[in-house]
Design a protein. Sequence first.
Length: 264
Amino acid sequence: MRIALCQMTASTDPKENLAQVTDLVRRAAAEGARLAVLPEASMARVGVPPGQVAEPLDGPWAEGVRAVARETGVTVVVGMFTPAPGGRVANTLLATGPGVEESYDKIHLYDAFGFRESDTVAAGERVVTIDVDGVRVGLATCYDVRFPELFRAHADAGATVSVLPASWGAGPGKREQWELLVRARALDATVWLAAVGQAAPDQDADPEVATKAPTGVGHSALVGPDGTVRARLAAAPGLLVAEVDPAETERVRRAVAVLDNRRL
């Protein structure tokens, strides 16, 4: 299966961002991708009050994503914000494409490094997988990467691939943590892991200097089920299309049966 890692910098304007998403999905389709993964908060960058931009899954922003998925025949996974009870929102991944219509609300909220996502965002509760061309794919978002049990739950549900849209925070050592964690989660669950981050709004900013909100550091990567990085982007926006072989997942699981050998 060909998968597209679509690294972008979201602005504060959902309409502008939908145009970026549409262009990236079309470019991914032109390169033969069957699954296009875009970052967390592609609807509007983290730091914008999410309640001001949140729309339901049948709203115009999501319908715009569905339109390009129908046009291209590509399954799209993209981050947006949807209304939640109590005046808060959900940090949602919309997954839509041929035979696919699903959503995942981020389970683990980013209450870390001085940022409190839970002040405005309600946590999700469901583990979600989708099927793309017969390949089962698990959905996770950004801070979820620090919780290996979610990726093992994907594997237990039959996934051989997990996708991780993100808007990673800058700060001392944070980019190195990003690479370490995405490789570790691929190994924990013996899955392919497509980690797709926002590129920083200021390309000249030092990624070692923390920002008020986690607006991205780029460095999206495709990691194999053996933990090796197969392809990656740098800090700038870009498109990376690469092959994922689900059979390799099964070969690695036979060689290193960490899922079967679990005791806890």
